[in-house]
Design a protein around this ligand. Sequence first.
Ligand SMILES: [Cu+2]
Length: 541
Amino acid sequence: MLLRFRSCRRASPLKRAARAPGDGGLCSSRVNDAAVHAAPAHVAQPLHAETLARFVDRLPIPSTLAPDGMRPDPVDPRSSLPYYRIAMRQIDQRVHRDLPPSTFWSYGGHVPGPTLETRSEQAFLVEWVNELPADHFLPIDHTLHGAHADQPRVRAVVHVHGAKVPPESDGHPEAWITPGQSAVYRYPNRQDAAMLWYHDHTMGIERLNQYAGLFGALFVRDAVEDRLGLPKGPHEIPLVLCDRIFRADGQLEYPTSGDPETPWVPEVYGDTTLVNGVLFPYLEVEPVVYRFRVLNASNARLFYLSRSDRGALYRIGSDQGLLPAPVPATTVTLAPAERADVLVDFRSAAGRTLVLRNQVAELLQFRVASRAERASAAIPTRLRSVERMPEGIAVKTRTLTLREYQDAKRRRMLMLLDGKYWRDPVSEQPTLGAVEIWSFVNLTEDTHPIHLHLVRFQILDRQLFDADEFLTSGKMILIGQRLPPDGGEAGWKDTVRVDPGTVTRIIARFDGYAGAYVWHCHLLEHAANEMMRPFEVVQPT
Ligand SMILES: [Cu+2]
């Protein structure tokens, strides 16, 4: 628990100061606490979400998309693959009974987008079609890399987060398309059952495109999962969570710095949370065991989820699939982009209501019927074997800093991975098939969820260190024990919380495909302002 929260040990601003590489000026320290819910002061007419009637809208369940037929497989034209056509469009969608419809950008006409579902090894094609309007409705910062004024204002590219795909279908941030264009991606789906998700990844405006609504879920199924008899059909429910700021007229507000030349802000925290696109929804459930597939699709907020009766949430899976065994917990922590696969047993709550909370904020009400129409699924004792990767098989360890600088030219803060900008030469070039340890040294006061494309990994451990000493002298003084990952993160992961003042180590095998990928912080405002780097998987020589 200790590591989840901001370290109490704060350095003086000057001690934390650093010059941005190739830049000048001193850093000023700042506190930007994810727990603060307040909307920014300069929203002209903010919606006071706390005044909205609660639990008056039914929880929408995103529909599962049927393929638009079959198409020849570009890899093997003798066979054919399911083909989906998914258009990005501007829509109006009501987020609450008492609000006028809000403008969003959607995949397939709804936020979240439709759910895609496949079996492990069953490849499919998606034609992602940009039918967005000619102008963006959120504030573009033209000083950010890739978003300069000479670039089209409306650009989009889709990344399936957690998918093991060849580079040409990975949704590289610079592979964007403009309105009227489309791109066909092939997803091999050679991976374990898991909840993946698709979202926009466009260089310089990803945070705006996702905030506008461009995200949806993808489920991979497999035989191991089938054998467990987990709740399914109406008893398996995706919960896509994202915090947002709304104006009183129901329209999305994306905060700015106040400087029209450089509107970028370091993080966006909404004062209210959409659950499957609705504020304060309710869900009618039977008194049986349900399976919730929870995704944090926020730009920056971490969720600390619990039941209002403090009952158990049984975590059965993390980002990349099932855990070895269920892990009961009262709180489930989810950083942006992380997923939790959670069983909730409503059998002892028949005839009552319960609320899913984020800390003290109410998100979703469960109305538990007094009688079940069907028998409940059981909570399994064993799930899937997850063999731990021994450190000894790693051929390389990379130590990579997460560090805050001051961008003197722009008079704003800047966070860099390993002190490098996006445009710097590729420095992480793992060999195809090789195992590496990546050791993230967090010198900032934020938790950064670090995501690697292409690979799944395991968290080895986290250890506190003396960040002030490191910043002053460059000396690494580790403190205390190496702490193993929480039970809920003990399976396969694709995003890891790197907490402040820690060295967080992961181990990954870079198998699958050679080529150009990216790794980045999944706080989207950080990623947009240089906290993203290329990596390249290279063929063995
Ligand atoms: Cu970050």
